[in-house]
Design a protein. Structure first.
Length: 435
């Protein structure tokens, strides 16, 4: 985790103290279930909770023990015994390390998902507010970076809202997929521990029992989770790139908020750069990169190996922390985004009406011209306008082939900007509902 791109609430999920607290809760809930089944004394289970429920685990001490044992869970259990006393012999009965590690990881990932869902909600709220604000603000739509036909800036933001709505649904599904618990013992057969212990721990930790584990929870679940984060990061980048393009000097239809005292360049005092959007592009690349090791972790040897472990110690915190930061930065960027309708109109007008070429093409075919001829008539009048040699509407009115089919009034009718926006309300209802 890089402090520069880390928010405290998400970081706290991955802190050693949090991890050891979750480990303890898993062990203590398992002890409760074992006590109810008569496997260990009920007083022992009560003592475990009483001695360690509010304990602050000594991370340095656990690290010291691990340097000798070369085993993290044994190091923790040894330290726990120092806190609990003799009743600690009833801890971890019939369990294996992966029962603790995998269940803990899934608790952490579900908690992280809850924060990420809340982050996406903030992005959605910002997009919705600005979309309705600019619902009918005309701007040019571009394909291949070239002027195509008019859209509204509200539609641009509505596109993003719909995309992040899908992101939220995927994140909810990924959370559900990874929210499983395994307390099944070595090689997952429950030979040394009753399946009812797993059911009890799962319920207590807000999870569901893993239907079948092989000492480890199957990693296809985690691959799906991190792949989902990668897709969401791609959506973050898509919107960020749009803003970067719109802020280019030659376009300047939207711009990141530039605060009082902010500096854009160490060399050029005039600069106002899209630094937040560029930062989001970079962060998105990292989140996507974390998805690959998660997919490679699916293929473990036989019932279990630990080739996945080292990777997960990095990608779990880093992917969730990075996406959390990116989503909150994106929400703030959209909330404060500077939008310039006058520049949008100026850019719309730059091609002298060429953006209405399709309407002319259709109008000619409806008046009897073949599509091939209509295309030829419209294109031959459009090309001089590209070269700065006249006005599109004027050239069309002088073209004898066009005049055979369309009157001056009918030509002028095809240049109505509002025509392109007649279904904006319909699109907004589809995206936002009847609000």
């Amino acid at each position: 985790m890089i402090p520069r791109y880390t928010r405290p609430e998400m970081a706290s999920i991955w802190e050693p103290q949090t991890r050891f607290k979750i480990w303890f809760e898993i062990e203590a809930h398992a002890a409760d279930a074992l006590a109810e089944l008569g496997v260990i004394p009920k007083e022992a289970a009560k003592t475990i909770w009483a001695k360690a429920r509010n304990a602050t685990f000594d991370v340095a001490r656990i690290d010291e023990i691990e340097r000798e044992t070369k085993h993290d869970v044994i190091a923790f259990l040894t330290h726990l015994a120092e806190i609990v006393g003799p009743e600690a012999r009833f801890v971890h009965q019939g369990m294996t390390s992966s029962d603790v590690l995998d269940t803990c990881l899934n608790v952490q990932l579900t908690r992280a998902a809850d924060l990420l869902i809340a982050d996406v909600d903030k992005v959605l709220a910002a997009l919705k507010k600005r979309a309705f604000e600019h619902k009918m603000t005309p701007t040019i739509g571009r394909s291949h970076g070239i002027h195509a036909e008019p859209v509204t800036f509200g539609l641009k933001l509505a596109y993003a809202y719909a995309e992040f709505s899908r992101a939220r649904e995927r994140l909810v599904a990924a959370r559900k997929e990874v929210a499983t618990c395994a307390i099944s013992g070595a090689v997952g057969t429950f030979a040394q521990i009753d399946p009812r212990v797993e059911e009890h721990v799962a319920k207590a930790m807000g999870l569901v029992p893993e239907p079948i584990s092989t000492q480890v929870i199957p990693r296809d679940r985690h691959a799906m989770y991190f792949a989902t984060l990668g897709v969401i990061a791609s959506s973050v980048e898509r919107l960020s790139i749009e803003i970067r393009h719109l802020q280019r000097t030659e376009v300047l239809e939207a711009e990141e908020f530039f605060s009082e005292g902010q500096k854009g360049s160490s060399a050029m005092p005039h600069k106002r750069n899209p630094v937040l959007s560029e930062n989001l592009t970079g962060l998105s690349r990292m989140v996507r990169a974390y998805a690959m090791p998660a997919m490679e972790n699916v293929a473990l040897w036989h019932e279990r190996d630990i080739s996945h472990s080292s990777a997960e110690r990095m990608i779990g915190p880093d992917a969730t922390v990075t996406l959390d930061f990116a989503l909150m930065r994106l929400a703030g960027l959209i909330e404060k985004l500077l939008i310039y309708p006058a520049n949008m109109q100026k850019n719309l007008d730059r091609l002298g009406g060429l953006v209405h070429s399709q309407r002319l093409l259709i109008a000619l075919t409806q008046k009897g011209a073949s599509r091939e001829d209509a295309y030829k008539y419209v294109q031959r009048n459009a090309m001089p306008v590209w070269r700065g040699e006249g006005d599109f509407q004027t050239l069309l009115k002088k073209d004898p082939d066009v005049k055979k089919h369309l009157s001056d009034a009918e030509i002028e009718e095809q240049f109505d900007l509002g025509y392109h926006f007649k279904h904006v309300d319909t699109i907004f209802r589809r995206v936002f509902g009847e609000s």
